[in-house]
Design a protein around this ligand. Structure first.
Ligand code: NAG
Length: 358
């Protein structure tokens, strides 16, 4: 199934007059694309990045609607400088151009797992996420990696949910935790020991929302992505500067989920603070104390039964937060970079993120 056949409606963010002196988004997308090619080649990731992949959907076309709109904006880059010669520059040098002040408003939350630290997380932290000092990293083991703290988010599931869950046991979560707790995790290959890390993924979607709010409440935007996502930060910042975070908003690449459109968890998705407020409304006591992820508790049965965490999150947003997905497709793109079809639907729209498959 090709994604452009599936989606009749998507939000289009058009550029009408690229000749203006402001930097046109279209050319920025092209610039970012070329930069990516260059960076991909430089870091010798290209073979992996351009490897083929397929897109899968979890359900039928949902009955609920998908928000759709055309946006016709001129925006300015917050990067200083916008372009620079990258030859011979260190990551630290390059990051001087990154608009750190915008991270006071936008909270990046990266979801990963112990099983892909070397193959995915390391290249992600050395490239796309290298400039993000405020990054929250969600994982399935508490550990330090590349000088950053990884959070075992499954440990934070409500106790009744976590301890009695047959799937968590079957997928090896408790075994992995025991190895981590007695200091032997580094000496064994968890996969050989029977840990199926990728299957733990669906359990992380809801508690990571609670945790992000607990650690960094009231940010204007929460940006969720994965270790194999390529993100064009400049275009993300420009997009968000046009929206009000105090209305419930949910942006991402639309896929049919559990009777509602959901954002495909592969590329990335963004929640406004009002959407998150509604999701975590029971997570905090009157005095502000964190009571645990009541959000996860409410949706425990769905998380256990449904194949996919992004689907449950989409449904929770629909039900708990009365928030519909804004299907910003193709800007949030489920296609791996080498698979983006060439057509009017794709070309000259800003690239926001890609499932890059490091
Ligand atoms: C660490 O925990 C694992 C899993 O429970 C166990 O098989 C192993 O013997 C333990 N190793 C040590 C040194 O305690």
């Amino acid at each position: 199934m090709r994604a452009q056949d599936e989606f009749e409606a998507w939000s289009r963010w058009k550029v009408t007059d690229p000749s203006r002196s402001r930097i046109a988004l279209c050319s920025m997308a092209l610039f970012a694309f070329i930069t990516f090619l260059v960076l991909g080649w430089r870091s010798e990731l290209s073979e992996k990045v351009f490897g083929s992949g397929s897109v899968s959907f979890v359900g039928k076309r949902p009955s609920s609607t998908l928000n759709s709109a055309n946006y016709d904006w001129d925006t300015l880059s917050a990067f200083k400088p916008v372009r620079q010669d990258i030859e011979g520059k260190s990551t630290r040098d390059l990051c001087k151009a990154f608009p750190q002040h915008l991270l006071h408003e936008i909270q990046p939350v990266l979801k990963t797992g112990h099983g892909v630290l070397e193959t995915r997380l390391r290249p992600q932290l050395q490239s796309v996420s290298a400039c993000l000092d405020t990054l929250i990293i969600i994982s399935d083991v508490d550990e330090e990696f590349e000088g950053r703290q990884l959070i075992d988010i499954i440990a934070e599931l409500p106790q009744g949910f976590r301890d009695n869950n047959k799937l968590l046991k079957a997928y090896g979560y408790f075994l992995q935790k025991a190895l981590a707790d007695n200091g032997t995790l580094g000496t064994v290959d968890p996969a050989n020991a029977g840990v199926q890390g990728w299957k733990l993924d669906k359990f992380k979607f809801l508690p990571q929302v609670s945790r992000a709010w607990q650690l960094q409440p009231e940010k204007r935007w929460y940006f969720f992505y994965e270790a194999d996502t390529y993100v064009v930060w400049d275009n993300i910042f420009r997009l968000l500067s046009n929206f009000n975070p105090d209305v419930p908003l949910y942006f991402g690449s639309p896929s049919p989920g559990h009777d509602s459109w959901m954002a495909n968890g592969g590329p990335d998705y963004i929640l406004s603070r009002e959407a998150v407020r509604r999701l975590v409304r029971d997570d905090f006591g009157a005095d502000g104390a964190f009571l645990g992820s009541k959000l996860s508790e409410r949706w425990e049965n769905h998380v256990t039964r449904n194949c996919c965490g992004d689907s449950v999150l989409g449904w929770a947003l629909h039900e708990d937060a009365k928030t519909l997905l804004d299907g910003l497709f193709p800007m949030f793109n489920p296609h791996p970079l080498n698979g983006i079809p060439f057509s009017d639907a794709y070309w000259c729209q800003p690239i926001l993120s890609e499932l890059s498959r490091f």
